[in-house]
Design a protein around this ligand. Sequence first.
Ligand code: TH1
Length: 852
Amino acid sequence: YSQLKPLNGNHHGQDLESKLVHDRGAFEESFVRHVETTLARNMYNCDNLAAYQAASSTVRDALLVDWANTQQKQTVHNGKRVYYLSLEFLMGRAMDNALINLKGRDNAAAALSDLGFNLEDVLDQEPDAALGNGGLGRLAACFVDSLSSKNYSGWGYGLNYQYGIFKQKIIDGYQVETPDYWLKYSNPWEIDRKEIQIPVDFYGHVYEDYDPNSGKPKKIWSGGERVLAVAADFPIPGYNTDNTNNLRLWNAKPTHEFDFTKFNAGDYQQSVGAQQRAESITAVLYPNDNFYSGKELRLKQQYFWVAASLHDIVRRFKKTNKSQWEKFPEQVAIQLNDTHPTLAIVELQRVLVDLEGLEWDHAWSIVTRVFAYTNHTVMTEALEKWPVDLVGRLLPRHLEIIYDINFFFLKDVEHKFPDDRDILGRVSIIEEGNEKSVRMAYLAIIGSHKVNGVAELHSELIQTTIFKDFVRVFGKDRFTNVTNGITPRRWLRQANPQLAKLISEKLNDPNYEYLTNLGNLKKLEKFIDDDEFLTKWDAIKFHNKRRLTALVKEETGIELDPTVLFDVQVKRIHEYKRQQLNIFAVIYRYLRIKELLASGVSIDEIKLKHYISKASIFGGKAAPGYYMAKTIIHLINKVGDVVNNDPEIGNLLKVVFIPDYNVSKAEIITPASDLSNHISTAGTEASGTSNMKFALNGGLIIGTVDGANVEITREIGEDNIFLFGNLSESVEEIRHKHIYEGVQIPETLQKVFDSIESGAFGNPEEYKVLLDGIRYHGDHYLVSDDFDLFLDAHIKLEKVFGHHGGDASDKDHLHRWVKKSVLSVANMGFFSSDRCIDEYAENIWNIEPLNQ
Ligand code: TH1
């Protein structure tokens, strides 16, 4: 480190980076070299896949230069760094993003074309890095993009799963899961750091000893199983900057040192076997979204990842700061993405007290200055509660520390509220009962200096419901809101290049500076009466719809008419997200159309007076063990079979389920929607982020007053969004009524239930759980209460989109929808993840960007 000096003069690396990405000849030369050396092939034997590997290796080489320079610069600067701990990073593809961020896309396209390849086809070869379930993992991916783009020094830490989220096939209308072995070919974006190996221990026991230096008693955790964490690094380029941060994902590997005395005394076979099992820790991502399943291997993943990351952070700190622990919170901020990494709090306390010999209180004051916790859900089935027995067996010393943290905490609470005996039980980290458990969210709150929700409504809800006692204990200041955001590089420029280009032209911004100053979109409002502009805007939407039409044809065989309204709902399948509400409304529409036809009304007349033509497009994965969600998928597919094959219907209604929804498909689907559904039961969707992606791409939203929909409405104006449904304040009361007075099924919904039960969509037995859940088991998600309101919202929006019911003499008629689309985009600047990261940096992490 003493040899490190700020870079000056020596820009050899920078030249290389610049050349590879910006010089056509240099790109081609490097490409050919990679074909011949890295791939050991020749140019006559180079298909699109090989071309992808050679091209990505070239881009990777360029990234590595920036990455090395950035790390050196950050080390020399020696400022505070933020570490984002997330069990999921749903990155998607890397190459297009890297080319865009490095401004090398046109050059790469030209070079590849010289060599006989088409850039789009080459990009299409890349498998998605699908190391996440849904919004939470994609948020982490957007955050690392913004950390780099805004010149922060920030690393991500996660796990390098061999299998990401499963691939979804639809067979006979059912979801079938197949493994996603995404590392089939070597991964050019991964830099193996085989030399970075951190031992992580499990099981064993704790005993007390005396510290020979101080003579004080000291806890020793010993025995058990040891696994190695080996680093794999992924460079994260920023947009329009050289700043390239690091995403470090751990691989579990066997150790090669066996301690047969501590380990399975003398049993060679068994200890080798145990070692081979080490790799299973990072083998597979748990496929649950918004659900806690309590599996031992999952807890092992959490501790493995947290221990490796913390020791890496501590080691880096000690290199320059030795044991000046007071400096630790000035150098390190750690953000906990949900409660999954909560053990990091306990682990840091253990490191400081047991290994570094700090006094408990001193250590704890450091710990709480370092950590901050983001809550992403209020759904009780998603809140982690690890059984005390399991924690004690896997991590005996950690359980002791958790009990000590709880003891000191409860003592403080007792002091503060001497007359309130009940509060102790309510806020205790340990939940008493048949099976005692550790409430991870409580531990996370107690060990952090800030706790944030992910949208205003959600942040308000956590303070008044699940964490209200903690607001009393710690005061309002510990709680805050940081509304989620999305990266406009991937979700506008990459997914919707034509719209991004039109915007850059209109804003007179040839360098696309607006992509890092998204508030500039506001200037689009000036053109709201510019007919030529509106026509172009509309044409781009149409182009994107054709692109989606091709994808749908390829994936399902179904031919969509791109002139009809594309009504989209793509997200994880979950009862609270209410795909069932959507498909019930589709069934209702189909039944009404059939009735009208039966009574002699012609198709053309229906289109003119009753229903506009539309395609209902669904997509999303169900957790493999989530029976109800799988039932919903099945119903959607069966409705599609019936409706799409009904010769009377034509293009008036189509229903498609796009299999295996993922990030790269989202990049095609999002820009093609006219309307998207964000219709969760009020109070259940913490934020939602696809709502932002759709609105940023000029799609209108039909949604409930939930999550970030509330702020989207505030920003874009309530005329430009179709809101409906009961409000979150009423939900509790309505649920109560369902249970005590029974559920009222409206006539409209009853019609739908009758047709399902008549067998119109296959064996009604298969849908019994779904219908009974609503009729007889309390309709927890308020489908019956919101159904007619949802239908009404559709009637309203169809008047805007379609011709019927509209005033034909209205000159603006044709552009009514397009204007709302433009106004949405113009006012979406707030939802850039750059804004979001700036808020975290200022209010939570206390870090500043590094000047380039
Ligand atoms: C999601 C929330 O459901 C969503 O509303 C939010 O926009 C997103 O996080 C990002 O903040 C969640 N995903 C998970 C996944 C797991 C556990 C809890 C949540 S909350 C595994």
